[in-house]
Design a protein around this ligand. Structure first.
Ligand SMILES: O=C(O)CC1=CCC(=O)O1
Length: 256
């Protein structure tokens, strides 16, 4: 187990896979932790040095109360990479993790080799995120659990998987969810992403109701220079619904 202290937070991270070779940093959606990647790990561990980080306020990472910005979350990842002795890396980020990946690619372009943006967006409805933040801070995680679960997984997901994700969501720190929700609410990536200079793959889920291709993925593909697109049969949490297909897409993109 390894931890990195940053302003306002203690971050939990772990390395898996190869000791040497290309580094792939795996980042999560809001409301999930690094276990999100467990089903994908067997496909990736022989190919990459893998770094997983629990976003502040999620999983094993603690945060102080209060809103955070995407810039702060990007700086968190860079601090962990520094601590782990990693200079250059590729990023595969799901949803909030993809937003953080875009912010890193814009602010620390020299460090990012490739960017895989999975079920994510450069813009989400800020009023509805503000509502979620207010609910979570006032009433706890149960107040948004049904909404979040309806967006995370589709009817194709196994009931046991649905229960596991829901249990984790309900158990998480409401302030961690609210703090990171503020980063989603306040993000300003929509036009800035035209400045992303690294090879980028946009992965969308055909069953994703939160960040579908129409209005989200297509915007990323249109704005990020040279971005490629790959569609998976999955809902928002693609690493859970389509681990093998996602791993295949990542392998062919990052190892290219
Ligand atoms: O809409 C949701 O709850 C799903 C989601 C949006 C950003 C993120 O990280 O997850």
């Amino acid at each position: 187990m390894a931890f990195t202290d940053v302003p306002g937070a203690r971050l939990y991270w772990r390395r898996d896979g190869r000791d040497e070779g290309p580094v792939l940093v795996l980042l999560n959606s809001i409301g999930t932790d690094m276990d999100l990647w467990d089903g994908v790990m067997p496909y990736l561990r022989d190919h990459f040095a893998l770094l997983r980080i629990d976003t502040r306020g999620h999983g094993g990472s603690k945060t102080e109360a209060g809103d955070v910005s995407l810039e702060r979350l990007a700086a968190d990842v860079l601090s962990v990479a520094d601590d782990a002795g990693i200079e250059r890396f590729s990023v595969a980020g799901v949803s909030l993790g993809g937003m953080i990946g875009m912010e890193i690619a814009l602010r620390a372009s020299a460090r990012v080799e490739r960017l895989a943006l999975i079920c994510t967006s450069a813009t989400m409805d800020s009023a509805s995120w503000n509502d979620r933040i207010t609910k979570v801070r006032g009433e706890g995680m149960a107040a948004i659990a049904d909404l979040a679960m309806g967006r995370f997984l589709s009817d194709a997901a196994e009931p046991a998987l649905f229960e596991t994700v829901r249990r984790q969501l309900l158990a998480m720190d409401a302030e961690g969810y609210a703090a990171c929700g503020a980063a989603i609410r306040d993000m300003d990536l929509a036009t800035r992403i035209a400045g992303i200079a690294c090879p980028t793959l946009v992965v969308t889920g055909t069953r994703d109701s939160s960040t579908p291709y129409g209005g989200h993925g297509e915007h990323l593909v249109a704005r990020i220079p040279g971005a490629a697109h790959h569609a998976l049969e999955a809902a928002h949490l693609a690493p859970l619904e389509a681990p093998d297909a996602l791993a295949a897409a990542l392998l062919s993109f990052v190892e290219r």
